[in-house]
Design a protein around this ligand. Structure first.
Ligand code: HEM
Length: 477
């Protein structure tokens, strides 16, 4: 398990072909679910099989909360004492700020303006040489954190960005209870730095000029009497949700599109067809891309995105068995055990994706989406723990990638794209990263360069795309 990580579950599935099996570890049992229909059964039993006690424990470990905050967070984690527990009310508290609607549109509009700003800076240079994933980390961090935190975004300080990198590097040590290792100690120090910056941010009420998301998170913690320094710790740790998946998925999008001339031509053709010429704020002719139209009129581009999500997902949904439970009237799950549902097992299920499930096929989702069992696509998890940030992340990744493709060419500095890049992820990370970064040259597309203005908008009718089984309306609805 330690060596092969999530791949281990695929190997066991291929060897045993069981719907569900038990891994016995000293003092505990893990049940690993392979069958899509059993995953649905697990998700329906959200009280008997609950994520929240696991989430409460993990959040205390990674945010290093005070005893006061830890006690609040670890109380009533599964509704055993009414439905007002801090952890169980969190999802509903932030959901409205990220669900399709006015709050999400507002955050998306700020984000789209920032995408344009960030790439305009690049346009002023003829050719820029950067390390691809490192550069995307900088761009996405700039865009995402400014959209979330507003004008007083603590990440405007490069030291806060660096502290976040150090913090995430040591998270595995913190979760494994090894805070005294060098990585663990550095992570704790970085958290101290980041949380001080966020404490000032909240104390000065800067969150009131930030997104509805940051306000909902703050208000929820205040309602549960979490001390201010702990709210700041939670916010710094929340960088994981905000950034750790959006960054690599954007990187893989650019890698697959630019490294394959067919994918690039397909995506560029579709995107070019949704560009309109408008008059910009100062009467200058401006090329405008309506990202809502990208979602409705660029099927190959969207398929490429979903194929990236399918290929690089490392997410493992977990549940604690709260009482002995007979799953689907067939399988006895013992109280205190853990249920795991690794997404790669589904994403590499030949029964769902066919024999070429290991191949990257950018048109895969244009061909067969209707026939695909939606439970087989679990990049964002599912059930009552489904990722609430999926629509924001999707709009950001699509907008950033579209803006890049329309304005820039990207070539590897070494002359040829590396194939079969090795991938890595810590056990808590939901998206794979490349094993090593590599240099690329970014230059404006000929004829599209400095002389043109670009703008990215969202129409009033922006509609989300289906990203999970839960997003697909049931028949007859
Ligand atoms: C491509 C980008 C993203 C991916 C692949 C992703 C994936 C996931 C996954 C796999 C889960 C666990 C779901 C489960 O166990 O059922 C999750 C949960 C979560 N995600 Fe995301 N996520 C992304 C972006 C975001 C963003 C941008 C935000 C915030 C704006 C966010 C906020 C959250 C939160 C708050 C949870 C915990 C849910 C809860 O406590 O109810 N995610 N995400």
């Amino acid at each position: 398990m330690t060596r092969k990580k999530v791949q281990y579950y695929i190997t066991l599935r291929d060897q045993s072909n069981l719907p569900i099996y038990t891994l016995r570890l000293p003092g505990s049992r893990i049940y690993v679910v392979n069958s899509p229909s059993l995953i649905s059964a697990v998700q329906r039993q959200y009280k008997a099989l609950s994520l929240w006690p696991i989430a409460a424990k993990a959040s205390v470990q990674i945010a290093r909360f005070s005893k006061t905050a830890s006690d609040i967070i670890n109380t009533n984690t599964n509704g055993e004492d009414g439905d007002r527990g801090c952890v169980i009310t969190f999802h509903d508290a932030i959901q409205p700020s990220l669900a399709p609607g006015k709050h999400l549109d507002a955050m998306n509009r700020v984000m789209l303006g920032l995408v344009a700003v960030s790439l305009n800076r690049l346009e002023q240079q003829a050719t820029t040489k950067v390390k691809l994933f490192d550069w995307i980390t900088q761009q996405i961090t700039f865009v995402t954190t400014n959209s979330a935190y507003g004008p007083a975004n603590p990440y405007k300080d490069p030291a806060a960005v660096a502290a976040f990198g150090t913090y995430t590097y040591g998270i595995s040590s913190l979760i494994l209870g090894l805070p005294f290792t060098p990585a663990g100690r550095a992570s704790i120090q970085a958290m101290a730095f980041g949380s001080t910056a966020f404490e000032t941010y909240f104390r000065d009420d800067h969150h009131r000029k930030g997104s509805a998301l940051v306000q909902a998170r703050y208000d929820h913690s205040m309602e549960h009497h979490i001390p201010l320094n702990d709210i700041a710790r939670a916010e710094f740790a929340n960088g994981i949700a905000l950034l750790s998946n959006t960054v690599p998925n954007t990187g893989w999008m650019l890698y697959h599109i630019y490294s394959d001339p067919i994918v690039l031509a397909d995506c560029r053709r579709e995107l070019t067809s949704v560009v309109t010429m408008t008059n910009g704020p100062e009467g200058k002719p401006t090329h405008t891309v309506d990202v809502s139209k990208v979602k409705t009129s660029c099927p190959i581009f969207l398929s490429t995105y979903k194929e990236v999500l399918r290929t690089y997902s490392n997410a493992v949904s977990a549940r604690r068995v709260m009482e002995d439970h007979m799953l689907d009237n067939q399988y006895l799950l013992k109280k205190g055990s853990t249920v795991l549902m690794p997404s790669p097992v589904q994403h590499h299920n030949p029964g769902i994706w066919g024999p070429a499930h290991d191949a990257f096929d950018h048109r895969r989702f244009t061909k067969s989406e209707k026939r695909i069992n939606p439970t087989g696509f679990r990049t964002f998890g599912g059930g009552n723990t489904l990722c609430p940030g999926r629509h924001f992340a999707t709009t950001e990744i699509l907008a950033f990638t579209a803006a890049m493709i329309l304005q820039f060419d990207v070539k590897p500095a070494s002359g040829s794209w590396k194939r079969g890049l090795k991938r890595r992820a810590e056990f808590w990370e939901s998206t794979l990263n490349p094993d090593e970064d590599f240099e690329v040259e970014v230059r404006p597309v000929e004829g599209e360069g400095v002389k043109k203005e670009w703008a990215f908008t969202l129409s009033d009718l922006d509609a989300p795309i289906a990203l999970s089984a839960e997003d697909i309306p049931e028949e007859g609805h």
